[in-house]
Design a protein around this ligand. Structure first.
Ligand code: PLP
Length: 405
């Protein structure tokens, strides 16, 4: 057998199974033994709401000449028709981006996070992230060995006061913060919404302290009824904000369609980097995505799934009110896919997961959403489990929590 370890690059050596993979593998193992596991883990789609009929219609109705184009190699920046549709879609959400040069189609937002890391991060570069923030963004950034600095996230999103304190601290250390990663709308994991005033202040601070902003809007379209502030990218006049979004939460994560919008200069570089990893995105998927936009299916899908998720959120909240112990705390998410639960410090949510799985419920321990050690949070997903499973799963979890507290 080869001594595998000596062959790895630093980046190769750093690759370890993420927490979601571990939870899913543990759940699959238990399911193989015949156990029912209710999954409240990833940000997966409600299985019965997938627009498969529309996708079947699109495929069946595609003329032969189109297929010749669809199945050919394409541009690393993505199919022009799709970029045009994305540009139109973003315009409806407060962002102007030229499909020729200011948008790149990616394989989900995750690829955009990796590409931005690749193109902008040197080892030791200082980047600012929410505390907590999206776990797989931390995973993408960490591959490139930056110095992660945390900024607290409260009910109104990232605290701009804490951001300013951290920026001053970084400067006092003789360092420069290069990039801020932020999920302003229905943040993963907290569900919080960055207020209008805070969005403006983030941009002001970016200009004052000269850093780039990577705005991740995976969830902003799933809004249960409140006012939606303009994206930070929509306020940017100096070309320092890059904006990523995805099909995953509004249409299907299996289609692997995401995108990144930014200045011509930055997108040009990112396109060059992408061509080295992925010559072009899959043509069939891009065609389907462009058609779903063109036919208005995406615009119809959003209110439909928003209704489904709102009902599921309400059901989960109701079940939590009944079953969870008093010491557990949470805020009602006004959109998105997750509920973020704070537990007393003495509870270790990672340790508790084994027992929870044995009782039939999978969740994501909160520790993975922090750059620093924190162990007393859990993230629950309500979009994927069925309504009866939400009720049953919360009862089981509530019972376990009451025993622990
Ligand atoms: C905040 C955030 N960004 C990006 C992603 C990546 O999604 P995808 O690569 O499926 O587009 C997710 C997925 O859960 C997410 O929660």
């Amino acid at each position: 057998m080869v001594d595998a370890d000596k062959f790895y690059s630093e980046l190769g050596r750093s690759q370890k199974p993420g927490v979601l993979t571990k939870v899913v593998l543990a759940a699959v193992e238990l399911m193989k033994q015949g156990k029912k596991i209710i999954s409240m883990t990833g940000g997966s789609y409600d299985p019965s709401s997938v627009p498969y009929k529309q996708i079947k219609e699109i495929i069946a109705g595609t003329p032969t000449e189109e297929w010749q184009e669809i199945l050919q190699y394409g541009a690393a920046s993505g199919k022009m028709e799709l970029r045009r549709e994305i540009s139109g879609f973003m315009a409806g959400h407060g962002i102007t981006a030229d499909p020729k040069g200011e948008i790149i189609v990616t394989s989900g937002s995750q690829q955009a996070l990796d590409l931005v890391s690749r193109v902008f991060l040197n080892p030791g570069d200082v980047i600012l992230v929410g505390s907590p923030t999206y776990l797989a963004a931390l995973g993408a950034f960490k591959q490139y060995n930056p110095e992660l600095r945390s900024v607290v996230v409260d009910g109104d999103g990232m605290s701009v006061e804490a951001l300013e304190v951290e920026l001053n601290r970084i400067e006092a250390e003789g360092k420069w913060a290069k990039l801020l990663y932020v999920v302003p709308s229905f943040q993963n994991p907290t569900g919080s919404m960055l207020t209008k005033e805070r969005r403006r202040r983030v941009l002001e601070l970016a200009e004052e302290h000269d850093f780039l902003v990577l705005e991740d809007n995976a969830y902003g379209y799933i809004n249960f009824g409140g006012e939606m502030p303009t994206p930070i990218k929509g306020l940017d006049r100096t070309g320092r904000v890059m904006y990523t979004s995805t099909f995953s939460k509004i249409v299907s994560p299996g289609l692997r369609i995401g995108w990144l919008a930014g200045s011509r200069e930055f997108i040009g570089k990112i396109v060059e980097a992408k061509g080295k990893v992925n010559i072009c995105n899959d043509g069939v998927t891009q065609y389907i995505a462009a058609e779903l936009f063109r036919r208005g299916d995406v615009e119809k899908q959003i209110p439909m799934i928003t209704r489904v998720y709102r009902r599921k959120r309400d059901l989960m909240l109701e079940a939590m009110e009944t079953s969870f112990p008093e010491e557990a705390e949470w805020k009602e998410p006004k959109g998105g896919l997750f509920l973020w639960v704070s537990l007393p410090e003495r509870v270790d949510a990672t340790e508790m997961l084994t027992e929870s799985l044995n009782r039939g419920v999978a969740y994501v321990p909160g520790s993975n959403f922090f750059a620093e050690p924190v162990h007393n949070y859990i993230r629950l997903n309500y979009s994927f489990p069925s309504e009866p499973d939400i009720v049953e799963g919360i009862q089981i979890l509530g019972g376990l929590l009451k025993e622990k507290l």
